[in-house]
Design a protein around this ligand. Sequence first.
Ligand code: SF4
Length: 372
Amino acid sequence: MFSTQFNQLDIADLSLTLYSSTAKDVEKALLNPTGNLKSLMALLSPAAVPYIETMAQMSAQLTRQRFGSNLGLYLPLYLSNLCANECDYCGFTMSNKIKRKTLNEAEILAEIKVIKSRGFDSILLVSGEHETKVGIEYFSKMLPLIKQHFNYLALEVQPLTTVGYQTLVSQGLDAVMVYQETYQPMTYAKHHTRGKKQDFNYRLNTPDRAAQAGVEKVGLGVLLGLDDWRLDALLMGHHLAYLEQKYWQTRYSISLPRLRPCTGGIQPKVLMTDLGLVQLICAFRLLNHQLDISLSTRETPELRENLLPLGITNLSAGSSTQPGGYVEPNSQLDQFEISDERSVETMVEVMKKQGFNPVFKDWQGEWTAHSC
Ligand code: SF4
């Protein structure tokens, strides 16, 4: 499990080396960035800032070589905002006095009707983390129903057991997103003060369990702003490298959400600039040419448009971050505020104008079956 390897890392030393990187280290890294964690470190460092333009050109070229002009579109479907954890950056946190809601079958079908009418064939199921009321029993009941309507089904809920993931894979689950939020244990403890999410190592080992259960794609992520993003990103790079080596049949994605305002939420400890986000995206593309990189509606329309060519492979559009929000919008139930509120039709226009081909699904399931 990754926690064993992670606990052997000297984080203070990594931070020191990261911040001691020089222009010479960056130039060396640009000559040999692929699969090289030392290069990733240099490319994430402040010393790489003057090289961002070069990184962006390389990243854009590599992304087009691997993914062509395709950009995937997906929508999150929020199943529930119940949560038994206390995370001080999230609108769903247990102590927040907001109206709680868990969708039943009829409500899910109503949401699906709206989502399908917008053309989506790839969906991300999201919920707060509430094991008793929105646990494996609930997911097992709802997944077969939802899978009938979507070719690709991803899950962003609480960490599950290997057996739990196996059950859901047999019901059509394709991908699991599980974000560590921060790889810095002290910061993690500070922001997660109640509930099962307090267990740093259990969360850290979730991608292992998902991959062992046969999940086709596993997504990693950090919440940018909780702590030093350069160090968090480097540690995520270590996690990715470990997973790719151990579970080479699995595909991987990363998400790079920046901390956004929410009901009762906190201010970022470390502000990440737009340029910093560009550096981060490009550094990961240079590290890994196959990696899916997601862009959320947390970013502004202008920035999203500028980021499209640089390394992104999929994005959401026209998203709602509340259960039942496609049928009946109600901002009181939101997990966080969205910056880009443009409709999917507008996003499709924007993408086409830049020469991209909007794709509404991930892989066709049958292709995987035939190639086995
Ligand atoms: S981040 Fe997740 S676990 Fe934490 S309060 Fe929000 S929904 Fe619950």
